[in-house]
Ligand binder design. Structure first.
Ligand code: ZN
Ligand code: ZN
Length: 254
């Protein structure tokens, strides 16, 4: 948005026009951040613009609260709850701090992170602001990086396959989104919204490919020594989770 400015130069005033970036807006229904544009409706959930806050208003009304999950993993949620925001998780490896996914509210008082790893492109939160504030790197699967909803969100690295970094293992699942990636660290499994707490697959995606991704998950967890599942809005004991997950998979086989 162009703004007119006046400034003193010696004994005279100069007048000019400068560009300031459009405000960042946050949809309070779903938590989606609109970076540098002001639509009538939220591009993610369709809520009208009366439901939007500027990022500054959002940061004033909400804060990000961190709750420990294990010795090296904690969960991060905007508080009070910010629409459909997906839970983000912090991982402390031996020398670095990672975030899996990102809160919708920008809270500069959270502990900084080196890298933000995304499971998929649906909830990029205010990752552009955390990236800027903490000089963090943002990674996402290439296939997910191309969606229109990624507009305004810089990515520092895109990947097509799984990878391993500082003890965090990433596996490409496809399914719910084409670039959907799940992560493992120590005895914790991160799978965001691939499987809901009600033990249903996420229905927002191609059904057959989502089920195929479910079988890939089964292969990945086979014989593992996991203790905890960290997901979209729940943290669950792995043994309890896997019982429900196997029942879910059974409904699609034989
Ligand atoms: Zn929305
Ligand atoms: Zn999703």
């Amino acid at each position: 948005m162009p703004i007119l400015f006046f400034k003193k130069s010696g004994n005279s005033w100069i007048c000019g026009v400068s560009e300031v970036p459009e405000a960042q807006l946050v949809c309070t229904v779903c938590g989606y951040n609109m970076v540098g544009y002001s639509p009538e409706h939220c591009p993610f959930c369709g809520a009208s613009k009366e439901k939007f806050l500027t990022s500054e208003e959002c940061s004033a009304r909400y804060s990000v609260v961190e709750t420990p999950v294990t010795d090296h993993v904690s969960r991060l949620n905007s508080t009070p709850r910010l629409g459909l925001e997906h839970t983000a998780y912090r991982i402390r490896t031996h020398n670095k701090t990672y975030m899996i996914d990102c809160p919708s509210c920008f809270d500069p008082d959270v502990t900084g992170m080196d890298t933000i790893l995304f499971t998929h492109f649906h909830f990029l939160g205010s990752s552009n602001q955390y990236r800027e504030h903490f000089s963090a790197n943002v990674w996402i699967n290439t296939a997910d990086s191309r969606f229109e909803l990624c507009k305004g969100f810089p990515f520092d690295r895109t990947f097509e396959e799984g990878f391993e970094v500082d003890g965090i293992e990433a596996y490409h699942l496809d399914g719910h989104t084409p670039g959907f990636t799940c992560y493992f660290f120590e005895d914790v499994f991160f799978l965001c919204d691939y499987v809901f707490k009600s033990m249903r697959f996420n229905p927002y995606g191609p059904r057959d490919r989502t089920i195929e991704g479910g079988h890939r998950i089964r292969g990945l967890i086979e014989g593992s020594r996991l203790s905890t599942v960290c997901a979209v809005d729940y943290v669950m004991d792995f043994n309890e989770w896997v019982q429900g997950f196997d029942r879910l998979l059974d409904t699609f086989t034989g």
